[in-house]
Design a protein around this ligand. Sequence first.
Ligand code: C5P
Length: 247
Amino acid sequence: MSASSAAAPVSRQQIPARDRLIVALDVPDVAAARAMTRRLGDAVTFYKIGMELAYGGGLPLVGELAAEGRQVFVDLKLHDISNTVEKATARIAGLGGRFLTVHAYPQTMRAAARGRGDSPLQILGVTVMTSYDDAELLEAGYAAGVRDTVALRARQAREAGVDGLVLSAGETAEIRPIVGDGMLLVTPGIRPAGADVGDQKRVVTPGQAIRNGADYLVVGRPVTGAADPRAAAEAIVAEIAAALEAR
Ligand code: C5P
């Protein structure tokens, strides 16, 4: 079993293949989450608790999973005035998770970086949702398009002192030189070949994501919606391991 959430993170290049798979526990309540983690067993070492489960009473699971030796990504995508983001981040830091997301607005990222203080919590800036394409960004009032918006927010994330970014694995190769070697690139929108895309737009296979330089892969429905979630997770870990060998 990997180290607990509070353990010092290993360097980006040394992360074992299994620990690079983050399974999104997008289920309605704690009972469903526990049922899924039981089914996945030792196949999965890193879980993501997002809005659905958190608002369904799932936040205590952060500490519970961490106590079991799992790493936990608290995906709450904070965005509010600085004072609120800073104080909320400080509260979340006490839960025992490894990652927390905030939207990649400069003020918001700076506030979260202050709020986590000396805790081991790492802040990830969400650049542009992987369910958005250029047309949907334009509809929301952003004329610059996905590529330029992600690049702008990556530069701002570096300046704000956060630890990493959430972005599509189609963008990681272009963004790495902007953020430098130290920052973590975490990629949702992952779909094994032939899997249902659902509402995601900018999708990449697990192997391609690793070849593109992603550090962590967030996968929800392709694992949790599979007939055999454990086998689906193992297949993704094997694909990650093979891609790492070739990297
Ligand atoms: O089921 P699926 O693999 O599409 O789940 C992806 C997960 O990653 C979801 O929990 C979603 O909230 C999250 N996510 C995302 N795009 C982002 C940030 C987070 O899909 N930009």
